[in-house]
Design a protein around this ligand. Structure first.
Ligand SMILES: NC(=O)c1ccc[n+]([C@@H]2O[C@H](COP(=O)([O-])OP(=O)(O)OC[C@H]3O[C@@H](n4cnc5c(N)ncnc54)[C@H](O)[C@@H]3O)[C@@H](O)[C@H]2O)c1
Length: 387
């Protein structure tokens, strides 16, 4: 199959991700059929696409004609057979439940020809495991978009253990056509590239809460002073204590027990203090804003701590063969997290001794062996990995 063969894309799910994927596809000139199980969910997704285009038209960044043409390329249905007729590429964005994904893909696989590419937007599930229900696993692939899809440039294109090179290559071309940056994920490992690189920092944040010695307001003030839009603790509340804890739970089952959410997070979950959505989490929230005392920065925790942890995990991601190059890791972090620099770019200007000391200090203080420096950090060879 070639890029030109893909004129029409079927998207399953019209929620947060599904409608966003539909939007970038129709904007790039693809015909799209978006399917959901209820008309009201579809209407909601279509309204969000319209609003988003109307905003661009209002700002002069899109013409009304271009908006009308894009909307004209969008069809919707609740009927799965209609959704799949004529499809060459199917992208799934239904809820993150393994049994649901498997039943959706079993049905899709029975209804489409063997050469149709079938992709999942899962953020955490094994591509190879989902692929066990499809007839042609060579054509099955992970396609991990980032939220919000219309703004985040990265798409991780993930190999399952039977995915063909041709399938991954075509999806990279499709992604470029709608102006995204595709990065190949060579192994189907938890967190893929970007989320995996953030994982030890999430464990670190949980451990800081448990230590009782760290004042979240001070750490957030410090991190915002170096350009972050939100500090790490404010971010927990923003995404939700439940979502943050579930992610840690997942890593504790798949990567290391040390990722298990700490006692403070567990207590907040138990008392339903979930952050922004319940009005209280790490912080109290009022009118959509966290009440943070920004009067003083932290005297113990700073950007170097978070950077060292991220660079160390990036080294592991490279050594495990998950990414093809350190440049791919840098690009994934920049385009998936909106960071100015990737971990290897950041590390290039830092002293190995400083990184090593920082990591050893944090690993000992928070009793987390996952923070211990990799040998390539200690001897400085991380700067030339893969070169
Ligand atoms: N939200 C994020 O930030 C984010 C980021 C990256 C990846 N993801 C992944 O994307 C997927 C979708 O997440 P979301 O946030 O868009 O969820 P969502 O709950 O907003 O939307 C899911 C939609 O799928 C629909 N649906 C359920 N069963 C269906 C079926 N059989 N066929 C078609 N549609 C069906 C639901 O009605 C709902 O509208 C998940 O796997 C999630 O892990 C989410």
């Amino acid at each position: 199959m070639k890029l030109e063969d893909i004129q029409s894309i079927t998207i399953l799910g019209s929620g947060a991700m599904g409608h966003g994927i539909a939007q970038v596809c129709i904007e790039a000139g693809f015909d799209v059929i978006m399917r959901d199980i209820k008309q009201e969910f579809i209407d909601n997704g279509v309204a969000k696409i319209k609003d988003s285009f109307a905003f661009l038209v209002g700002k002069g960044k899109m013409t009304q004609e271009a908006m009308d043409a894009a909307m004209g390329r969008l069809k919707t249905t609740t009927d799965i057979k209609e959704a799949l007729s004529g499809a060459k590429l199917v992208i799934e964005a239904v809820p993150e439940i393994m049994d649901l994904k498997k039943s959706v893909f079993k049905e899709v696989s029975d209804l489409v020809a063997d050469d149709v590419i079938v992709a999942t937007n899962t953020s955490t599930m094994s591509i190879s495991e989902i692929a066990t229900v499809v007839k042609n696993p060579a054509r099955f692939v992970g396609m991990h978009f980032f939220n919000p899809v219309n703004r985040m440039k990265l798409v991780e294109v993930i190999y399952g253990d039977k995915t063909s090179d041709e399938t991954v290559d075509i999806l990279c071309e499709v992604s470029k056509k709608y102006n995204k940056v595709p990065i190949k994920v060579m192994k189907d490992r938890p967190g893929f590239i970007v989320n995996r690189i953030s994982a030890p920092n999430q464990a670190f944040i949980s451990a800081m809460l448990d230590s009782g010695e760290v004042v979240p307001d001070e750490v957030d003030t410090t991190m915002k002073s170096v350009g972050q839009k939100m500090g790490p603790f404010e971010l927990i509340d923003f995404v939700g204590v439940d979502v943050f804890s579930h992610t840690l739970d997942y890593y504790s089952k798949t990567l290391s027990k040390e990722f298990e959410p700490g006692k403070v997070l567990k207590a907040k979950l138990a008392s339903n203090d979930l952050g922004l959505k319940t009005g209280k989490g790490v912080y109290e929230w009022k009118d959509g804003k966290a009440i943070i005392d920004s009067s003083k920065p932290s005297s113990t925790i700073g950007p170097m701590d978070f950077a060292a942890i991220q660079i160390n995990e990036a080294v592991r991601v490279f050594k495990e063969g998950i990414a093809q190059s350190t440049k791919d890791i840098d690009d994934a972090v920049k385009h998936g997290m909106g960071a100015f620099f990737g971990p290897f770019e950041l590390g290039a200007g830092l002293e190995p001794q400083q990184l090593t000391d920082t990591l050893n200090k944090l690993a000992a203080k928070y009793n987390l062996s996952i923070l211990k420096p990799e040998p390539e950090i200690v001897d400085g060879s991380f700067k030339t990995l893969g070169k």
